[in-house]
Design a protein around this ligand. Structure first.
Ligand SMILES: O=c1nc[nH]c2c1ncn2[C@H]1C[C@H](O)[C@@H](COP(=O)(O)OP(=O)(O)OP(=O)(O)O)O1
Ligand SMILES: [Mg+2]
Length: 197
């Protein structure tokens, strides 16, 4: 069994990663699982790539080992791509999933279904000591609903209908979400790249 550090403090992401890595016999450890307290890393970038690199490189430097980071978010076309890289703090610094998704619904008030197109984006960065950081991106297209539905998942899952589905991501089982998600697509590419190394 191999072990990989993921530079995240987000428990929802970690659940996704645990499910995604278990079949590969890889154990994933998050910043919340480490014995010492890791200070919050400021995400000062304006792209998912920049922020993923900031997180992966900070932890790689600190421990001198290979690290993966995930920067992800929701792009809503009718909001010119917002909340985008600001998804985690859309409704304020507190990182409140409920407040964030309510803000998206409020901003989209009166926008008809056919104009509620959106996508989840996930950029994974791999930082290794002495190597250039590598990026892999996955996207999942869909539409934004009129109200939150479903109890599973995290973040914006209750308002996101993946294309072709009558169910939000929060109504799907972890296995169903992990078949189609942006995180899955980015990770598939990362695994292909790892196999080439
Ligand atoms: O599958 C997903 N299902 C629903 N929502 C999602 C998903 N993937 C990302 N999202 C949302 C949550 C958060 O509002 C933002 C990520 O922000 P992002 O900065 O990458 O993560 P974070 O600050 O929560 O944790 P950390 O930086 O420690 O990894 O996008
Ligand atoms: Mg973050």
């Amino acid at each position: 069994m191999k072990e990989i550090i993921i530079a995240t403090k987000n428990r929802g992401k970690m659940k996704d990663f645990e499910a995604l890595f278990t079949p590969l016999n890889i154990k994933v450890t998050s910043l919340l699982d480490l014995p010492e307290d890791i200070e919050d890393i400021e995400e000062t970038g304006t792209t998912f790539e920049e922020n993923a690199a900031i997180k992966a490189e900070a932890i790689c430097e600190k421990f001198g080992i290979a690290v993966i980071a995930d920067d992800s978010g929701l792009e809503v076309d009718a909001l010119n791509g917002e909340p985008g890289v600001y998804s985690a703090r859309y409704a304020g610094e507190k990182k409140d999933d409920q407040a964030n998704l309510q803000k998206v619904l409020a901003e989209l008030k009166g926008v008809p279904d056919h104009k509620r197109t959106a996508r989840f984006v996930c950029v994974l960065a791999v930082a290794q000591p002495g190597e250039k950081t590598v990026f892999k991106r996955g996207e999942c297209e869909g539409t934004i609903g009129q109200e939150p539905i479903g109890e599973n998942g995290f973040g914006y899952d209750p308002i996101f209908f993946p294309i072709g589905s009558d169910h939000t991501m929060a109504e799907m089982s972890p296995a169903e979400k992990n078949k189609i998600s942006h995180r899955r697509k980015a990770l598939d590419q990362l695994i292909n790249w790892l196999k080439e190394q």
